[in-house]
Ligand binder design. Structure first.
Ligand code: FAD
Length: 606
């Protein structure tokens, strides 16, 4: 390995979205030497695409709001499967993190009194999302990025990490660094670092229709598993109710929930506001059941209950799915989202500038004059790396995870706006703890093994070794997306899930013979071949856990087990890999859900 480029840091952060940047800043502030590594150009993470806002109970619009209400909303939105301690820390610390962002230069929209404005979103009792029009993520990334660069944190961009390296001394070993390659040259790099923070985001590219971009192939999830860490809650995948459905080239692109928060309503082909037919028992007490009450809510939230269009995402996505199945869909296989007939054009263009341009440019639809056509799109994974709620360390010493790649916080369903706040709260915690852990090891740094580096290089180069009769990565990716969309989508059943596992098994076999042509210099086929092995691991985890969980809860709906089940409501499903490479079998275990202390439990009894 002597020929490989080599760098030494205290903390290496993989990912430059909100979680990664916040972690890097925290680690730097704690005195660590930090590197940020990201697959695309700095600034191009998922976070930049976030539209609606950051959930934080600052109480600027509704003074009654506080962390306890936010905590309760989050737990109820997640159908009580959330890690209570993470949900508590998140609700308590989010306001401070938003104010800190403002201190660092973020320019939020304002209330008439000059406070940070907060908007309504599904599942949140009060208007709670701090926002910048419908471009909140852009402002968040701009602010964090500027700060990280000003602090002098090293950035490795267009760089893909392919392995977490371990020092095998001691039981189970511990992190000693990371291995990866420059996408442009294909040259390998070894990082020596006692702490590694995973902040790699989601897994959406395993599905055909998704709001996620090419980068979200579940790398962090798979890196963690291959290194010996565990995942939880992987059966819970969020299908956002409103993605574009037409034209085909843009299918899946997100239509922000703010359209509904700002007054948009869903209608079927008969012009009916169908969400009133889909209010579940669990949310009856807090949801308007007549159009009159729903309309009254926009101006008077105290005396009216929320419109059913603002139920949590899983409920709305299922309702849309049912309408389409019942033959009441729109011409291109979605339903109608109408804000044009409800708000004036000036309001729409001011509050939703990106949506206005997105539809104008991509679909030739003027959303101030006509309704949009929308349908569910794979958006977010609630499942992720199992971490300690306070430190964000995984079960592998030295490996931390924060943001979408981490599990537990959102239970079975995430509320909109709760991701951006999650990134800030847990990104900071992860970076801080990773730095202190590294500091404690300053005189006894873990060692990178030359054999492991050689093995990592060989694994990455394997697709160049097969010259004849190899498998094309694009074909396997397409086949995998087809399996996941058809058999592990919004509505699931046992026989289909079994079939999906058989199909994924076959794809894993085929993937052992992945082959690519050409050189290591910028070679997209090779990049995909590497990413694909991660997508296969993650997809198997989703399908396996989905088959095991015989109930419907949040982002997991079983046609054959339609309701929630109290016994399952006390169980997390934990997944590990039996070996160190993607082809190893996935193991699944039941783990009791941590029990909430009485003090917090009382919030629900009331
Ligand atoms: P990301 O921002 O996804 O960043 C991941 C980083 O990891 C990237 O830099 C990537 O290059 C890097 N990476 C990945 N794999 C590797 C690898 N192998 N090697 C090196 N680097 C790697 N949430 C809200 O709370 N409010 C919203 O309004 C909202 N709107 C959204 C709108 C859209 C269109 C989408 C797609 C999501 C939205 N979300 C929203 C969800 C939220 O944006 C994401 O969950 C969140 O941004 C994820 O942040 P992250 O820091 O975990 O990861």
């Amino acid at each position: 390995d002597a020929g490989f480029e080599r760098h030494e840091y205290d903390v290496v952060v993989i990912g430059a979205g909100g979680a990664g940047l916040r972690a890097a800043i925290a680690a730097h502030d704690a005195g660590a030497r930090v590197a940020i590594v990201c697959k695309s150009l700095l600034g191009k993470a998922h976070t930049v695409m976030a539209e609606g806002g950051i959930a934080a109970s600052m109480g600027n619009v509704y003074p009654d709001d506080n962390w306890k209400v936010h905590f309760r909303d989050t737990m109820r939105g997640g159908k009580m499967l959330n890690n209570w301690r993470m949900a508590q820390l998140h609700a308590q610390e989010a306001p401070e993190r938003v104010l800190e962002l403002e201190e660092w230069g973020a320019l939020f929209d304002r209330t008439p009194e000059g406070l940070i404005s907060q908007r309504d979103f599904g599942g949140h009792r009060y208007a709670r999302l701090a926002h910048v029009g419908d471009r909140t993520g852009l402002e968040m990334i701009r602010t964090l990025q500027q700060r990280a660069v000003a602090l002098g944190i090293d950035v490795f961009m267009e760089f893909t990490v392919t392995e977490i390296l371990k020092d095998s001394a001691g039981p189970g070993g511990r992190v000693s660094g990371a291995f990866g390659y420059w996408r442009e040259t294909g040259r390998f790099v070894v990082f020596d670092a006692p702490s590694v923070v995973l902040a790699t985001g989601g897994i959406g590219k395993s599905y055909q229709v998704t709001s996620n971009s090419w980068e979200y192939t579940g790398d962090g999830h798979a890196l963690a598993m291959k290194a010996g860490a565990s995942l939880i809650n992987m059966e819970f995948v969020q299908f956002h109710p409103t993605g574009m459905v037409w034209p085909p080239s843009v299918k899946g692109i997100l239509v922000t929930e703010s359209v509904r928060g700002d007054g948009g309503v869903l209608k079927n082909s008969e012009g009916e506001r169908f969400m009133f037919d889909y209010i579940p028992e669990f949310f009856k007490a807090e949801t308007a059941d007549t159009i009159e009450e729903a309309e009254g809510w926009y101006a008077d939230k105290k005396n009216n209950r929320r419109p059913p269009e603002l139920l949590p995402r899983d409920e709305v996505a299922r309702a849309i799915n049912s309408e389409i199945k019942a033959g009441r869909g729109s011409p291109h296989g979605g339903v109608f989202l109408d804000i044009a007939s409800r708000r004036d054009a000036e309001f729409i263009r001011r509050r939703l500038p990106s949506m206005y341009h997105q539809f104008k440019e991509l679909a030739d639809v003027d959303i101030t004059a006509e309704p949009m056509e929308v349908g569910p799109t794979c958006h977010y994974v609630m499942g992720g790396v199992e971490v300690d709620p306070d430190t964000e360390e995984s079960i592998l010493t030295g490996l931390y995870a924060a943001g979408e790649v981490a599990g537990g916080m959102h239970g079975s369903n995430r509320l909109g706006g709760n991701s951006l706040s999650d990134l800030l709260v847990f990104g900071r915690r992860a970076g801080h703890n990773a730095a202190y852990a590294a500091h404690r090891l300053r005189d006894a740094r873990p060692q990178v093994s030359a054999d492991d580096v050689r093995a990592a290089a060989a694994a990455a180069l394997a697709p160049f070794e097969i010259e004849h009769g190899g498998e094309n990565p694009y074909t396997i990716q397409k086949d995998l997306q087809d399996v996941m969309q058809r058999l592990v989508g919004i509505i699931r059943k046992a026989d289909e899930l079994r079939e999906s596992l058989e199909e994924i098994g076959k794809l894993k076999e085929r993937a052992k013979r992945l082959s690519v042509e050409g050189h290591r210099q910028y070679n997209p086929g090779w990049h995909l071949a590497i990413d694909l092995t991660n997508m296969l691991v993650v997809s198997e985890c989703i399908a396996k856990a989905a088959l095991e969980r015989e109930e419907s809860r949040g982002g997991h709906t079983r046609d054959d087990f339609p309701g929630p089940d109290d016994a399952w409501g006390r169980v997390n499903l934990v997944l590990t890999l039996a070996g160190g490479d993607f082809a190893s079998p996935v193991h699944l275990e039941h783990q009791p859900l941590p029990v909430m202390p009485d003090q917090l439990r009382e919030l629900f009894d009331a």
